[in-house]
Design a protein around this ligand. Structure first.
Ligand code: ATP
Ligand code: MG
Length: 283
């Protein structure tokens, strides 16, 4: 059997979460910082630790079967890869930002202005779509200092909290794209079975992250109202308690509307609510 290869970032913003995801999939490997390749001892897989910029091409060219990388990098490198799964981390946006003192109102005012970026391809497409001609200055890093140095009128850079912009006297002006970490692969991989197995493991970990396991006690009279509030994987389990007419309800609740759901359950008569994390959900 052939060994599958997955490329992840060697160090940087996506490294830790990528390693954690693979470990949560039950894969056992050393997170060597010094070596480029780490074998997985309990799955036919090798992990390649790379600069994030190189990951899309490695996947496109078949050097790696899979990769974990930000959508921003995939689009900037213009490679042909398939998007297999959004991973829910590394969220950020590519934004155009201008100095705080700038009273720019419309995108059209960027005509003839210079914009410094490390994302000339994405920015170029965005401006073309909007019919704007700006002077795109491609630089390789520290974009946020370029207006202060007089190198450009504006910048286009990745933003998550906006703290870096603020501390450099800049304000966000327009959204170019939003991005998150993505599992990518290649159509027609010769290791399709293993790829599918790994995708399923990843999906079971992601599903578990989005849900909580909840156990609550309720009087039998309130049970129909409680059940009506619960989605569950199929339907909730109802287990009799030693105390007559009382039951324990076991279910899973989506993380996104968790607190709303809990207060509805309390109003409907739920007591002694216990919430637990879930490791995996295999459908
Ligand atoms: P490498 O050494 O691998 O080339 P890098 O310096 O290019 O690393 P990082 O800064 O580690 O990249 O960011 C990796 C990815 O994390 C980005 O491409 C983006 O998808 C995501 N990301 C999330 N939040 C941010 C942010 N605030 N700034 C930059 N990138 C972010
Ligand atoms: Mg990089």
């Amino acid at each position: 059997m052939k060994t599958l290869k997955i490329a992840i970032q060697k160090s940087g913003r996506l490294n830790e979460k990528s390693v954690e995801l693979l470990k949560n999939c039950g894969l056992s490997f050393e997170n060597y910082k010094s070596s480029l390749i780490s074998p997985v001892s309990n799955f036919p897989l090798e992990i390649l630790f790379l600069r994030d910029d190189d990951i899309p091409e490695y996947v496109q060219d078949g050097i790696a079967d899979l990769g974990i990388v930000g959508e921003n990098v995939i689009q900037e490198t213009e490679v042909k890869v398939s998007y297999l799964q959004r991973l829910g981390f590394g969220k950020c946006s590519l934004k155009i930002a201008v100095p705080n003192t700038d009273d720019i109102q419309s995108l059209a005012e960027l005509n003839g202005k210079s914009i410094a970026t490390t994302y000339p391809v994405i920015l170029g497409k965005f401006l073309k779509e909007k019919g704007i001609t700006s002077d795109i200055r491609t630089i390789s890093g520290s974009v946020e200092i370029s207006p202060g140095l007089g190198l450009s009128d504006a910048i286009c850079d990745l933003v998550s909290t906006g703290g870096t912009l603020k501390s450099n006297g800049l304000k966000p002006f327009a959204d170019v794209m939003s991005s998150e970490a993505m599992l990518i692969g290649r159509a027609g991989s010769e290791n399709e079975d293993l790829v599918q197995e790994l995708i399923q493991r990843i999906q079971s970990v992601l599903r578990a992250k989005e849900t909580k396991y909840v156990v609550l006690n309720v009087h039998k009279d309130s049970l129909p109202a409680i059940i009506a509030l619960l989605p569950g994987v199929k339907s909730p389990s109802v287990i009799s308690l030693a105390e007559e007419n009382w039951v324990a309800v076991h279910t899973v609740i989506p993380e996104r509307d968790f607190w709303d759901r809990i207060s509805q359950l309390k109003q409907a008569g739920a007591q002694g609510i216990v919430v637990m994390p879930i490791e995996k959900i295999i459908l």
